[in-house]
Design a protein around this ligand. Structure first.
Ligand SMILES: [Zn+2]
Length: 380
């Protein structure tokens, strides 16, 4: 886990523009360092680069996936963008051939596998391979291969594991198991959403019993936005919340993890707290902390996508829904934003209404406005 101090870049001295994590923060153009590799991927039509960036062609006004089969443009007319959102913001439109706004193929496949896992978990006697494949819209052979790549096991072995688990633990296995499986598939499929930085920690099986057996360090500090609580498990930061009264914040944490053992935290934890405090004052780039957060697959995906929004930018709920390949799910996206447990680290304050109005914020709309104002200041 790389820990960049976020407070070391003086405002105005390049600021977020120089952030290694967020080269798109300036004009949406990726930094020059990675251009060589990106151009090579475009020339090679490298499908494995899909989802990591898009390229736009000045002469056509269109942006594409690296693997787009259309004729390779001239290098001097090409610009690279970390996200399709940034490409659109710069005035380019999506290519109709490679459809860069659609979810990456790997992610579509992960979704299909996830649906199959759910079906298997809900079934009493298993489901024939042919039926699973048909539901996924793939041939039996292809589906079997994709399933095994994502989960590491065959559908048959997966169903056996589900049965074993039912017997052994009597767990309500469905959602937690699929999330565990999905989390493993997601890491290979979802790089687009991770923005190249430390991905959200995914600990699907933790927290099951309110934090039983877990040690959680936490601290409540004063900051210019009021009180802030930062809490972390051994894996990473699990809560950042803002409020008016520190006691309320502590109470909320204890309610969320009623069985955890709370500690004051070690030196590493103190450093994380200092990072959060510094970021609140000078929000630049990505708050790069190890994170440990539990959520549904959908919530995880929304939170990943939030971390891909450069500081100083805002996006609408509908655009965010499009960015995760779920156009039309703006309401569900708004709910996922509202349940984000990690203020500023998962920057849900960068989501606004379609008409630009600030809309709500879990920790108060005035704090949201102030965070956005500070980000705009850091970028100038
Ligand atoms: Zn294209």
């Amino acid at each position: 886990m790389v820990k960049d101090p976020v407070s070391n870049a003086a405002p105005g001295a390049g600021g977020a523009v120089k952030s290694r994590r967020n080269p798109a923060a300036d004009d949406g153009t990726a930094g020059s360092t990675g251009d060589g590799a990106q151009w090579a991927a475009v020339v090679a039509r490298d499908g494995s680069a899909d989802g990591q960036f898009v390229y736009a062609v000045r002469t056509t006004g269109v942006y594409c996936r690296p693997s787009c089969p259309s004729r390779t443009a001239r290098r001097e007319n090409v610009r690279f963008f970390e996200t399709t959102h940034a490409a659109r913001a710069a005035g380019f439109r999506a290519c109709k051939r490679c459809r860069p706004d659609a979810a990456p193929l790997a992610l579509q496949q992960a979704d299909a596998v996830l649906a199959a896992c759910r079906a298997l978990e809900a079934s009493d006697s298993g489901i024939a391979l042919a039926a699973l494949a048909a539901a996924a819209g793939l041939s039996a052979h292809h589906f079997h291969r994709v399933f095994k790549r994502v989960t590491g096991v065959t559908p048959k072995a997966y169903f056996r594991a589900v049965q074993t688990r039912r017997v052994q633990s009597g767990l309500p296995a469905a959602s937690s198991v699929t999330e565990a499986i999905y989390a493993s598939g997601y890491n290979s499929a979802g790089r687009f959403y991770g923005s190249g930085a430390a991905a959200l920690g995914m600990a699907p099986l933790a927290y099951r019993a309110g934090g039983a057996g877990q040690s959680i360090a936490y601290a409540v500090e004063s900051c210019s936005l009021g009180q802030v609580i930062v809490a972390a498990t051994a894996r990473g930061v699990c809560a950042i919340e803002l409020g008016d009264a520190g006691a309320d914040l502590g109470e909320r944490l204890r309610r969320r993890f009623p069985k955890a053992h709370f500690t004051p935290g070690d030196a590493d934890f103190r450093r994380h707290v200092a990072q959060v405090l510094a970021y609140i004052e000078h929000p630049q780039g990505l708050l790069d902390l190890p994170l440990d957060v539990q959520g549904t697959v959908f919530q995880q995906r929304v939170w990943q996508a939030l971390r891909a929004i450069p500081s100083g930018r805002t996006i609408s709920y509908a655009e965010l829904a499009g960015a995760i390949g779920r156009p039309g799910a703006a309401r569900a996206v708004a709910q996922a934003c509202a349940s984000n447990p990690l203020a500023v680290a998962v920057p849900c304050h960068r989501v606004v209404r379609g008409d630009g109005a600030l809309s709500g914020y879990r920790w108060g709309v005035e704090r949201k406005a102030e965070l956005l104002r500070r980000e705009a200041r850091e970028i100038r």
